[in-house]
Design a protein around this ligand. Structure first.
Ligand SMILES: [Zn+2]
Length: 147
């Protein structure tokens, strides 16, 4: 099955990559030395950023995508339309972060994933392609925008 290319104008893509790159500079990763930045675009056009934050036990560490989503929530955002990830190995969110992004995607598989691995070309992906069989609020018939 082929899907249409995700739509996001070049200026917005660059703004998201720049924001994620800036956030990456604040990553706290003394254990893995793996620094990642993320930026989410909310439904009001605002950009929220995050970086990974590790703790010594590692299992409580937070990924950049999730801290960006948390920043959006703190600012009152409940719906995202795009997420950009800048990191050394991949610009695609891990499986756990895909779940978190989906929670705020409003059930929209066309949410754009801006994959920006270091030293590699930026690639635009559809969330529905990187997380094709989502389990989300809609699965339980819950409208999370009420919260
Ligand atoms: Zn992750």
């Amino acid at each position: 099955m082929s899907h249409p290319a995700p739509l996001l104008d070049a200026q917005t893509v660059q703004a998201l990559v720049d924001a994620a790159t800036g956030a990456r500079r604040h990553a706290y990763s003394p254990y893995s030395l793996h620094t990642v930045g993320a930026a989410v675009l909310d439904a009001d056009g605002r950009i929220h950023v995050g970086c990974n934050v590790e703790v010594v036990t590692l299992s409580q560490s937070m990924h950049a995508e999730r801290t960006a989503v948390a920043a959006m929530a703190v600012a009152g955002g409940r719906r995202l339309t795009a997420v950009a990830v800048v990191g050394p190995y991949s610009g695609v969110p891990c499986a756990e972060c895909r779940q978190v992004v989906w929670e705020f995607a409003g059930g929209d598989p066309d949410v754009v994933v801006v994959s920006a691995p270091l030293d590699e070309p930026v690639e635009l992906l559809r969330l529905g392609d990187v997380y094709p069989r989502p389990y989300g609020p809609e699965t339980k018939g819950i409208d999370p925008t009420r919260f």
